[in-house]
Design a binder for this molecule. Structure first.
Ligand code: 0X9
Ligand code: ZN
Length: 426
Protein backbone atom coordinates (compact mmCIF):
# COMPACT_ATOMS: atom_id res chain seq x y z
CA UNK A 1 0.00 0.00 0.00
CA UNK A 2 1.40 3.43 -0.89
CA UNK A 3 2.08 5.90 1.93
CA UNK A 4 -0.55 8.18 0.47
CA UNK A 5 -3.17 5.43 0.46
CA UNK A 6 -2.21 4.56 4.03
CA UNK A 7 -2.53 8.17 5.13
CA UNK A 8 -5.91 8.49 3.48
CA UNK A 9 -7.15 5.23 4.95
CA UNK A 10 -6.12 6.28 8.44
CA UNK A 11 -7.29 9.84 8.12
CA UNK A 12 -10.04 9.48 10.66
CA UNK A 13 -7.82 7.83 13.24
CA UNK A 14 -6.11 11.10 13.85
CA UNK A 15 -4.67 10.48 17.30
CA UNK A 16 -2.99 7.26 16.19
CA UNK A 17 -1.63 8.90 13.09
CA UNK A 18 -0.16 11.80 15.03
CA UNK A 19 1.55 9.24 17.24
CA UNK A 20 2.98 7.38 14.27
CA UNK A 21 4.22 10.60 12.70
CA UNK A 22 5.75 11.53 16.00
CA UNK A 23 7.54 8.22 16.50
CA UNK A 24 8.77 8.22 12.89
CA UNK A 25 10.59 11.44 13.62
CA UNK A 26 11.31 11.12 17.32
CA UNK A 27 14.71 12.79 17.41
CA UNK A 28 13.77 15.69 15.15
CA UNK A 29 10.64 16.02 17.17
CA UNK A 30 12.29 16.47 20.53
CA UNK A 31 14.59 19.16 19.09
CA UNK A 32 11.60 20.94 17.58
CA UNK A 33 9.52 20.57 20.71
CA UNK A 34 12.33 22.12 22.75
CA UNK A 35 12.55 24.99 20.26
CA UNK A 36 8.82 25.64 20.61
CA UNK A 37 8.96 26.15 24.38
CA UNK A 38 10.10 29.51 25.73
CA UNK A 39 13.75 29.22 26.85
CA UNK A 40 14.02 28.06 30.44
CA UNK A 41 10.25 27.71 30.87
CA UNK A 42 9.30 24.91 33.23
CA UNK A 43 7.12 22.17 31.73
CA UNK A 44 3.48 23.14 32.19
CA UNK A 45 0.22 21.31 31.88
CA UNK A 46 -1.36 24.28 30.11
CA UNK A 47 -4.46 23.56 28.04
CA UNK A 48 -3.70 22.79 24.43
CA UNK A 49 -3.77 25.66 22.00
CA UNK A 50 -5.70 25.50 18.75
CA UNK A 51 -3.83 27.47 16.14
CA UNK A 52 -4.90 28.40 12.64
CA UNK A 53 -1.89 27.95 10.42
CA UNK A 54 -1.27 28.67 6.78
CA UNK A 55 0.48 25.71 5.14
CA UNK A 56 2.11 25.37 1.76
CA UNK A 57 1.78 21.76 0.59
CA UNK A 58 4.33 20.95 -2.12
CA UNK A 59 2.73 17.73 -3.28
CA UNK A 60 -0.27 15.46 -2.76
CA UNK A 61 1.47 13.50 -0.01
CA UNK A 62 2.08 16.63 2.06
CA UNK A 63 -1.51 17.66 1.44
CA UNK A 64 -2.68 14.29 2.71
CA UNK A 65 -0.57 14.66 5.87
CA UNK A 66 -1.96 18.12 6.45
CA UNK A 67 -5.49 16.79 6.19
CA UNK A 68 -4.75 14.02 8.67
CA UNK A 69 -3.28 16.43 11.18
CA UNK A 70 -5.85 19.20 10.75
CA UNK A 71 -8.57 19.54 13.38
CA UNK A 72 -10.46 21.72 10.92
CA UNK A 73 -9.94 23.10 7.42
CA UNK A 74 -10.67 26.78 7.00
CA UNK A 75 -9.77 27.34 3.38
CA UNK A 76 -9.29 25.52 0.25
CA UNK A 77 -6.41 24.12 -1.76
CA UNK A 78 -5.66 26.40 -4.68
CA UNK A 79 -2.98 24.75 -6.79
CA UNK A 80 0.10 22.78 -5.73
CA UNK A 81 2.35 25.18 -3.87
CA UNK A 82 -0.44 27.57 -2.89
CA UNK A 83 -1.39 27.76 0.78
CA UNK A 84 -4.37 26.45 2.71
CA UNK A 85 -5.45 27.40 6.21
CA UNK A 86 -6.03 24.65 8.76
CA UNK A 87 -6.42 24.39 12.53
CA UNK A 88 -3.91 22.30 14.47
CA UNK A 89 -3.09 21.66 18.09
CA UNK A 90 0.48 21.68 19.42
CA UNK A 91 1.17 18.07 18.50
CA UNK A 92 -0.21 18.67 15.03
CA UNK A 93 2.08 21.66 14.49
CA UNK A 94 5.09 19.65 15.65
CA UNK A 95 4.13 16.78 13.37
CA UNK A 96 3.74 19.14 10.42
CA UNK A 97 7.29 20.35 10.97
CA UNK A 98 8.51 16.79 11.38
CA UNK A 99 7.02 16.00 7.98
CA UNK A 100 8.91 18.93 6.46
CA UNK A 101 5.72 20.84 5.68
CA UNK A 102 6.18 24.60 5.46
CA UNK A 103 3.72 26.50 7.66
CA UNK A 104 3.23 29.85 9.36
CA UNK A 105 0.90 30.99 12.11
CA UNK A 106 -2.26 32.71 10.94
CA UNK A 107 -4.03 32.92 14.31
CA UNK A 108 -1.96 32.01 17.36
CA UNK A 109 -4.93 30.92 19.47
CA UNK A 110 -8.34 30.74 17.79
CA UNK A 111 -10.16 30.22 21.08
CA UNK A 112 -8.58 33.32 22.60
CA UNK A 113 -9.72 35.29 19.54
CA UNK A 114 -13.27 33.97 19.97
CA UNK A 115 -13.20 34.79 23.69
CA UNK A 116 -12.01 38.34 23.01
CA UNK A 117 -14.81 38.77 20.51
CA UNK A 118 -17.37 37.47 23.00
CA UNK A 119 -16.08 39.86 25.68
CA UNK A 120 -16.37 42.75 23.25
CA UNK A 121 -19.91 41.73 22.32
CA UNK A 122 -21.06 41.43 25.92
CA UNK A 123 -19.39 44.66 27.10
CA UNK A 124 -21.99 47.32 28.08
CA UNK A 125 -20.85 49.68 25.29
CA UNK A 126 -21.75 47.04 22.69
CA UNK A 127 -25.35 46.72 23.80
CA UNK A 128 -26.79 49.60 21.80
CA UNK A 129 -24.40 50.77 19.10
CA UNK A 130 -25.63 53.90 17.35
CA UNK A 131 -24.62 52.41 14.01
CA UNK A 132 -26.18 48.96 13.70
CA UNK A 133 -23.39 47.96 11.33
CA UNK A 134 -20.69 48.86 13.83
CA UNK A 135 -21.11 45.44 15.44
CA UNK A 136 -22.31 41.89 14.73
CA UNK A 137 -25.70 40.67 15.96
CA UNK A 138 -27.23 37.35 16.90
CA UNK A 139 -30.19 35.84 15.06
CA UNK A 140 -32.79 37.33 17.40
CA UNK A 141 -31.39 40.84 16.88
CA UNK A 142 -31.12 40.28 13.13
CA UNK A 143 -34.77 39.18 12.96
CA UNK A 144 -35.77 42.30 14.91
CA UNK A 145 -33.75 44.52 12.59
CA UNK A 146 -35.32 42.96 9.50
CA UNK A 147 -38.77 43.68 10.96
CA UNK A 148 -37.76 47.30 11.56
CA UNK A 149 -36.41 47.62 8.03
CA UNK A 150 -39.61 46.26 6.52
CA UNK A 151 -41.65 48.64 8.69
CA UNK A 152 -39.49 51.58 7.60
CA UNK A 153 -40.46 51.10 3.94
CA UNK A 154 -43.81 49.26 3.89
CA UNK A 155 -44.46 50.84 0.49
CA UNK A 156 -41.91 48.55 -1.16
CA UNK A 157 -40.92 45.92 1.42
CA UNK A 158 -42.40 42.86 3.05
CA UNK A 159 -40.77 40.46 5.47
CA UNK A 160 -41.60 36.92 4.45
CA UNK A 161 -41.00 33.54 6.04
CA UNK A 162 -39.88 31.29 3.20
CA UNK A 163 -39.51 28.16 5.33
CA UNK A 164 -38.04 26.94 8.58
CA UNK A 165 -34.87 25.43 9.98
CA UNK A 166 -34.36 22.00 11.51
CA UNK A 167 -34.87 23.51 14.97
CA UNK A 168 -37.88 25.50 13.85
CA UNK A 169 -36.43 28.97 13.37
CA UNK A 170 -37.93 31.02 10.53
CA UNK A 171 -36.02 31.59 7.30
CA UNK A 172 -36.61 35.31 6.95
CA UNK A 173 -36.57 37.03 3.57
CA UNK A 174 -36.81 40.73 2.95
CA UNK A 175 -38.71 41.10 -0.28
CA UNK A 176 -38.10 44.52 -1.82
CA UNK A 177 -40.22 45.16 -4.83
CA UNK A 178 -40.55 48.82 -5.81
CA UNK A 179 -42.79 49.79 -8.74
CA UNK A 180 -41.13 49.34 -12.12
CA UNK A 181 -41.28 47.44 -15.37
CA UNK A 182 -39.23 44.46 -16.62
CA UNK A 183 -37.91 43.66 -13.19
CA UNK A 184 -35.25 41.01 -12.75
CA UNK A 185 -35.57 38.74 -9.68
CA UNK A 186 -32.35 38.70 -7.65
CA UNK A 187 -31.54 36.61 -4.58
CA UNK A 188 -28.82 37.65 -2.15
CA UNK A 189 -28.26 35.16 0.65
CA UNK A 190 -25.72 34.68 3.39
CA UNK A 191 -24.49 32.33 6.09
CA UNK A 192 -25.01 28.90 4.68
CA UNK A 193 -21.92 28.45 6.85
CA UNK A 194 -22.69 29.52 10.40
CA UNK A 195 -19.29 30.88 11.38
CA UNK A 196 -19.04 33.27 8.43
CA UNK A 197 -20.69 36.16 10.26
CA UNK A 198 -19.82 38.88 7.76
CA UNK A 199 -21.94 36.99 5.21
CA UNK A 200 -25.08 37.85 7.24
CA UNK A 201 -24.23 41.49 7.76
CA UNK A 202 -23.47 42.26 4.13
CA UNK A 203 -26.86 41.35 2.58
CA UNK A 204 -28.70 43.23 5.35
CA UNK A 205 -26.49 46.26 4.77
CA UNK A 206 -27.10 46.10 1.01
CA UNK A 207 -30.88 46.01 1.62
CA UNK A 208 -30.66 48.94 4.01
CA UNK A 209 -28.61 51.00 1.58
CA UNK A 210 -31.08 50.29 -1.23
CA UNK A 211 -34.07 51.17 0.97
CA UNK A 212 -32.76 54.51 2.21
CA UNK A 213 -35.13 57.28 1.14
CA UNK A 214 -32.12 59.41 0.17
CA UNK A 215 -30.42 56.53 -1.70
CA UNK A 216 -27.99 57.48 -4.47
CA UNK A 217 -29.50 57.59 -7.99
CA UNK A 218 -27.79 54.35 -9.06
CA UNK A 219 -29.38 52.58 -6.10
CA UNK A 220 -32.80 53.97 -6.93
CA UNK A 221 -32.39 52.80 -10.52
CA UNK A 222 -31.30 49.40 -9.22
CA UNK A 223 -34.46 49.09 -7.12
CA UNK A 224 -36.66 50.22 -9.99
CA UNK A 225 -35.48 47.33 -12.14
CA UNK A 226 -35.02 44.65 -9.52
CA UNK A 227 -37.28 42.28 -7.66
CA UNK A 228 -34.94 41.82 -4.70
CA UNK A 229 -34.92 38.93 -2.23
CA UNK A 230 -32.53 39.18 0.70
CA UNK A 231 -32.09 36.21 3.06
CA UNK A 232 -29.19 37.10 5.32
CA UNK A 233 -29.29 33.98 7.52
CA UNK A 234 -30.18 30.80 5.65
CA UNK A 235 -28.76 28.68 8.46
CA UNK A 236 -30.22 30.26 11.61
CA UNK A 237 -29.68 27.21 13.86
CA UNK A 238 -25.99 26.97 13.04
CA UNK A 239 -25.64 30.74 13.26
CA UNK A 240 -27.23 30.92 16.70
CA UNK A 241 -25.04 27.99 17.81
CA UNK A 242 -21.94 30.02 16.91
CA UNK A 243 -23.21 32.66 19.34
CA UNK A 244 -24.15 30.27 22.15
CA UNK A 245 -21.67 27.41 21.99
CA UNK A 246 -19.04 27.11 19.28
CA UNK A 247 -17.83 30.15 17.34
CA UNK A 248 -16.33 27.94 14.64
CA UNK A 249 -19.39 25.80 13.87
CA UNK A 250 -20.00 25.53 10.10
CA UNK A 251 -23.02 23.28 9.29
CA UNK A 252 -26.67 23.44 10.26
CA UNK A 253 -27.63 21.60 13.48
CA UNK A 254 -29.69 18.71 12.08
CA UNK A 255 -29.32 15.63 14.26
CA UNK A 256 -26.69 17.41 16.37
CA UNK A 257 -23.97 16.53 13.84
CA UNK A 258 -25.24 19.00 11.23
CA UNK A 259 -25.26 19.02 7.44
CA UNK A 260 -23.21 21.30 5.19
CA UNK A 261 -26.04 23.05 3.33
CA UNK A 262 -23.63 23.95 0.56
CA UNK A 263 -23.25 20.25 -0.24
CA UNK A 264 -26.98 19.48 -0.07
CA UNK A 265 -28.15 20.77 -3.47
CA UNK A 266 -28.95 18.37 -6.27
CA UNK A 267 -26.37 19.18 -8.97
CA UNK A 268 -23.60 16.60 -8.60
CA UNK A 269 -24.87 15.75 -5.11
CA UNK A 270 -22.61 13.15 -3.52
CA UNK A 271 -19.63 13.93 -5.75
CA UNK A 272 -16.08 15.07 -5.05
CA UNK A 273 -15.55 17.54 -2.25
CA UNK A 274 -18.47 16.30 -0.17
CA UNK A 275 -18.62 13.59 2.46
CA UNK A 276 -20.95 10.80 3.57
CA UNK A 277 -19.48 10.98 7.06
CA UNK A 278 -21.78 12.82 9.47
CA UNK A 279 -18.83 14.15 11.43
CA UNK A 280 -17.24 15.74 8.40
CA UNK A 281 -17.42 19.50 7.95
CA UNK A 282 -18.62 18.83 4.40
CA UNK A 283 -21.28 16.22 5.27
CA UNK A 284 -23.78 16.30 2.42
CA UNK A 285 -26.85 14.89 4.20
CA UNK A 286 -28.86 11.82 3.31
CA UNK A 287 -29.95 13.05 -0.11
CA UNK A 288 -30.34 16.20 -2.20
CA UNK A 289 -32.49 18.73 -0.35
CA UNK A 290 -32.73 16.53 2.74
CA UNK A 291 -32.49 19.77 4.75
CA UNK A 292 -35.40 22.12 5.33
CA UNK A 293 -33.15 25.13 4.72
CA UNK A 294 -31.88 24.08 1.28
CA UNK A 295 -35.36 22.86 0.27
CA UNK A 296 -36.80 26.30 1.13
CA UNK A 297 -34.11 28.01 -0.96
CA UNK A 298 -34.85 25.67 -3.87
CA UNK A 299 -38.56 26.48 -3.70
CA UNK A 300 -37.93 30.21 -3.60
CA UNK A 301 -35.48 30.18 -6.51
CA UNK A 302 -37.83 28.11 -8.68
CA UNK A 303 -41.06 29.73 -7.51
CA UNK A 304 -39.83 33.29 -8.03
CA UNK A 305 -37.77 32.65 -11.14
CA UNK A 306 -34.55 33.99 -9.64
CA UNK A 307 -32.28 35.10 -12.49
CA UNK A 308 -29.35 36.61 -10.59
CA UNK A 309 -27.89 35.17 -7.42
CA UNK A 310 -25.08 35.85 -4.98
CA UNK A 311 -24.29 33.36 -2.22
CA UNK A 312 -22.15 35.22 0.34
CA UNK A 313 -19.45 33.39 2.29
CA UNK A 314 -16.17 34.20 3.96
CA UNK A 315 -13.26 34.35 3.81
CA UNK A 316 -10.59 34.77 1.13
CA UNK A 317 -11.75 37.66 -1.11
CA UNK A 318 -12.76 35.53 -4.05
CA UNK A 319 -15.37 35.73 -6.80
CA UNK A 320 -16.25 32.16 -7.67
CA UNK A 321 -18.37 31.08 -10.61
CA UNK A 322 -19.60 27.66 -11.82
CA UNK A 323 -18.72 24.94 -11.88
CA UNK A 324 -17.66 24.22 -8.36
CA UNK A 325 -17.90 20.41 -8.72
CA UNK A 326 -15.81 19.79 -11.82
CA UNK A 327 -12.99 21.44 -13.69
CA UNK A 328 -14.90 20.91 -16.93
CA UNK A 329 -15.99 24.30 -18.26
CA UNK A 330 -19.52 25.32 -17.37
CA UNK A 331 -21.84 26.39 -20.18
CA UNK A 332 -21.53 30.19 -20.35
CA UNK A 333 -18.23 30.05 -18.55
CA UNK A 334 -16.87 32.99 -20.56
CA UNK A 335 -19.93 35.06 -19.75
CA UNK A 336 -19.54 34.30 -16.04
CA UNK A 337 -15.86 35.18 -16.16
CA UNK A 338 -16.53 38.46 -17.99
CA UNK A 339 -19.20 39.49 -15.48
CA UNK A 340 -16.99 38.50 -12.56
CA UNK A 341 -14.29 40.67 -14.06
CA UNK A 342 -16.60 43.70 -14.02
CA UNK A 343 -17.68 42.88 -10.47
CA UNK A 344 -14.04 42.67 -9.32
CA UNK A 345 -13.29 46.05 -10.92
CA UNK A 346 -16.30 47.58 -9.14
CA UNK A 347 -15.10 46.09 -5.85
CA UNK A 348 -11.65 47.57 -6.37
CA UNK A 349 -13.08 50.97 -7.29
CA UNK A 350 -15.23 50.94 -4.13
CA UNK A 351 -12.65 50.18 -1.50
CA UNK A 352 -9.35 49.30 -3.17
CA UNK A 353 -9.58 45.59 -2.36
CA UNK A 354 -8.68 42.85 -4.79
CA UNK A 355 -10.97 39.83 -5.11
CA UNK A 356 -9.65 36.99 -7.23
CA UNK A 357 -11.86 35.45 -9.90
CA UNK A 358 -12.06 31.79 -10.78
CA UNK A 359 -14.39 28.88 -11.36
CA UNK A 360 -14.91 27.33 -7.92
CA UNK A 361 -13.48 23.95 -8.86
CA UNK A 362 -10.12 25.53 -9.60
CA UNK A 363 -9.74 25.90 -5.84
CA UNK A 364 -11.00 22.47 -4.96
CA UNK A 365 -14.04 20.45 -5.99
CA UNK A 366 -17.23 21.08 -4.04
CA UNK A 367 -20.29 19.06 -5.09
CA UNK A 368 -23.90 19.81 -4.33
CA UNK A 369 -23.35 23.57 -3.97
CA UNK A 370 -26.01 26.21 -4.23
CA UNK A 371 -24.16 28.09 -6.97
CA UNK A 372 -23.90 25.02 -9.20
CA UNK A 373 -27.57 24.24 -8.66
CA UNK A 374 -28.80 27.82 -9.17
CA UNK A 375 -26.90 28.08 -12.45
CA UNK A 376 -27.11 24.46 -13.65
CA UNK A 377 -30.70 23.77 -12.71
CA UNK A 378 -32.39 27.16 -12.32
CA UNK A 379 -30.43 28.93 -15.09
CA UNK A 380 -29.51 31.84 -12.83
CA UNK A 381 -26.34 33.85 -13.15
CA UNK A 382 -25.01 32.67 -9.81
CA UNK A 383 -21.82 33.60 -7.99
CA UNK A 384 -20.25 32.67 -4.69
CA UNK A 385 -18.47 35.62 -3.11
CA UNK A 386 -15.95 34.91 -0.38
CA UNK A 387 -15.82 38.20 1.52
CA UNK A 388 -13.07 39.69 3.69
CA UNK A 389 -10.58 39.06 5.05
CA UNK A 390 -7.98 37.67 2.66
CA UNK A 391 -6.39 35.88 5.65
CA UNK A 392 -6.26 37.94 8.84
CA UNK A 393 -8.02 36.25 11.71
CA UNK A 394 -10.23 34.18 9.43
CA UNK A 395 -13.89 34.10 10.33
CA UNK A 396 -13.52 36.65 13.13
CA UNK A 397 -13.47 39.83 11.09
CA UNK A 398 -13.12 43.06 13.13
CA UNK A 399 -16.44 44.93 13.18
CA UNK A 400 -14.95 48.09 11.68
CA UNK A 401 -14.64 46.03 8.50
CA UNK A 402 -18.40 45.45 8.17
CA UNK A 403 -19.20 48.73 6.40
CA UNK A 404 -16.26 48.66 3.97
CA UNK A 405 -17.01 45.03 3.10
CA UNK A 406 -20.64 46.00 2.51
CA UNK A 407 -19.57 48.88 0.23
CA UNK A 408 -17.56 46.61 -2.03
CA UNK A 409 -20.19 43.85 -2.07
CA UNK A 410 -22.88 46.39 -2.97
CA UNK A 411 -20.72 47.62 -5.84
CA UNK A 412 -20.42 44.03 -7.08
CA UNK A 413 -24.20 43.47 -6.89
CA UNK A 414 -24.93 46.69 -8.80
CA UNK A 415 -22.48 45.59 -11.46
CA UNK A 416 -24.09 42.16 -11.66
CA UNK A 417 -27.47 43.79 -12.23
CA UNK A 418 -26.01 45.95 -15.02
CA UNK A 419 -24.36 42.96 -16.63
CA UNK A 420 -27.66 41.15 -16.85
CA UNK A 421 -28.88 43.86 -19.26
CA UNK A 422 -26.01 43.29 -21.66
CA UNK A 423 -26.74 41.26 -24.76
CA UNK A 424 -25.84 37.65 -24.23
CA UNK A 425 -22.66 36.78 -26.16
CA UNK A 426 -23.06 34.11 -28.87
O1 0X9 B 1 -16.65 25.16 0.51
C1 0X9 B 1 -17.60 25.94 0.36
O2 0X9 B 1 -18.77 25.59 0.44
C2 0X9 B 1 -17.31 27.40 0.04
N1 0X9 B 1 -16.13 27.88 0.71
S1 0X9 B 1 -16.12 28.14 2.30
O3 0X9 B 1 -14.76 28.38 2.70
N2 0X9 B 1 -16.94 29.47 2.63
O4 0X9 B 1 -16.73 27.03 2.95
C3 0X9 B 1 -17.03 27.60 -1.42
C4 0X9 B 1 -17.70 26.75 -2.39
C5 0X9 B 1 -17.26 27.17 -3.76
N3 0X9 B 1 -16.69 26.15 -4.50
C6 0X9 B 1 -15.42 25.73 -4.62
N4 0X9 B 1 -14.40 26.38 -4.14
N5 0X9 B 1 -15.27 24.65 -5.30
ZN1 ZN C 1 -18.80 29.28 3.42
Amino acid sequence: MSILAWVQRHRRRRAAVVLVVASLAASTLSTIARRMEPAGAPPTAAADVRRAVRVWPRNELELAWIRVLALDEWTEHLVPGAPIDVVVDRAGAVALTAQGVRWAVLVEDIDAVATAERERLTAPSAQRPTDWFAEYHDFVAIAEHLRELAARRPDVTTLEVIGGSAEGRPLLALHINAPGANKVPILLNGTQHAREWIASMVPICIAERALARDAAPELQQFLAKTDLWVIPVVNPDGYQYTWSSDRYWRKNRAGGHGVDLNRNFSIAWGGDGSSANKRSQIYRGTGPFSERESAALRDLVIGRGIALHVDFHSYGQLLLHPWTHTKKPAPDRDRFAAIADRMASAIYAARGQRYEIMPGAKLYPASGTMTDWASGHAQALSFTIELRPRGGSGFVLPPDQIRPTCDEALAAVLELRQAADLPRPR
